[in-house]
Design a protein around this ligand. Structure first.
Ligand code: NAP
Length: 322
């Protein structure tokens, strides 16, 4: 059997695409992901505590609850969902496209929406992952989590030396003081203008040549400090912080595509038409963070998922597949 549309990924882009596609009678299948050990289906919001910037939730909403609600809404329109299953590989060289899932099942589909997201890069310290998974002060998104009371008027650290680190540190000065930028070298790679903006902010203090050895804390208070190692002298020291923010880049989840779709120099999928969701292979559409290195918000991902479903529906109709 050949599916009309398969959707890969179950973040805001994937579920929005699924809801629109199901309501357009495309009977979509979603491979929701979460098949890699230690990961969860539902995308990056599964690791956020409260989402306060998604319109429609005046009191905020828990990230996991929000993704459960997206999924419930898709189920209401009878979207077929393959739980904890991802795409292992795809063959886009022929039509219909072929998809092999992580359970070993082979699929065929006329159209495909890629909404597999991007993953924040982590230092992968055991202590960092511990407090991250517990939602106790380690995050990779200051825009999402910075306004929480736990960081207010407390010292926090932002790790990284690129534009994101400058932006996140500058943003955090609205709430926290001081904001340490922890960088492993003695110069930033961030653009001059972003560096200058950060460096002239009196609340920001840069800890140069510093590697993070451990995030310190306990189950009651969450993060309380970090252990740094001077990359030149080798000396270690502990610094008090209430929040630990990672800004060391993101990696779009495209490995399973094996280079079959055009990507930009950072590895994000290239959308080939202005304002559209088409990728470099006709019939393959993309939405959400896998194709967006700029905005990376739940609301923008949902909007892109909507566009991908509408574009897929129109394209299938043009092919005579209703
Ligand atoms: P990035 O430019 O790749 O910078 C990553 C930073 O993290 C680098 O300073 C790097 O250190 C550091 N880093 C990487 N791995 C590390 C590790 N294991 N331990 C410690 N430090 C580590 O990433 P980004 O800042 O997220 O920016 C990504 C892209 O988005 C860039 O093109 C950027 O210009 C763009 N962006 C633009 C804006 C804006 O214009 N408003 C805002 C944000 C991002 P090294 O320098 O030593 O390699």
């Amino acid at each position: 059997m050949t599916e009309k549309l398969m959707i890969l990924g179950s973040g805001p882009a994937g579920w929005t695409a699924a809801i629109y596609a199901a309501r357009a009678n495309l009977d979509p299948v979603v491979l929701e992901g979460g098949h890699i050990a230690g990961d969860l289906p539902g995308g990056q919001l599964m690791f956020t505590t409260e989402v306060e910037n998604y319109p429609g939730f005046p009191n905020g909403v828990d990230g996991q609850e929000m993704m459960a609600a997206f999924k419930e809404q898709a189920k209401r329109f009878e979207v077929r969902i393959e739980d904890y299953t991802g795409a292992e590989s795809v063959d886009l060289s022929q039509k219909p496209f072929k998809v092999k899932d992580s359970q070993g099942k082979d699929w065929e589909t006329h159209a495909l929406i890629i909404s597999t997201g991007a993953s924040a890069n982590w230092l992968n310290l055991e202590s960092e992952q511990y407090y991250r998974k517990k939602g106790l002060g380690v995050t990779a998104c200051a825009t999402c989590d910075g306004a929480f009371p736990r960081f207010r008027d407390k010292p926090v650290a932002v790790v990284g030396g690129g534009d994101s680190a400058m932006e996140e540190a500058t943003f955090m000065t609205k709430f926290s003081n001081p904001v340490y930028i922890v960088h492993r070298r003695d110069e930033f790679r961030a653009s001059k203008i972003m560096q200058e903006r950060a460096l002239k902010n009196e609340k920001i203090k840069v800890l140069w040549n510093s590697g993070v050895e451990e995030v310190l804390g306990d189950d009651d208070d969450g993060v309380t400090g970090m252990r740094l190692k001077d990359t030149q002298s080798g000396e270690t020291r502990d610094v008090d912080i209430a929040g630990f923010f990672l800004a060391i880049g993101h990696t779009p989840n495209t490995a399973f595509l094996n280079g079959q779709l055009e990507t930009d120099d950072k590895g994000y999928l290239v959308l080939t038409q202005p304002h559209g969701s088409q990728t470099s292979v006709e019939g393959v559409f993309a939405g959400g963070d896998v194709a967006d290195s700029t905005y990376r918000q739940a609301i923008t991902a949902a909007g892109m998922g909507c566009k991908a479903a509408i574009d897929a529906e129109r394209w299938l109709a043009e092919q005579g597949i209703e």
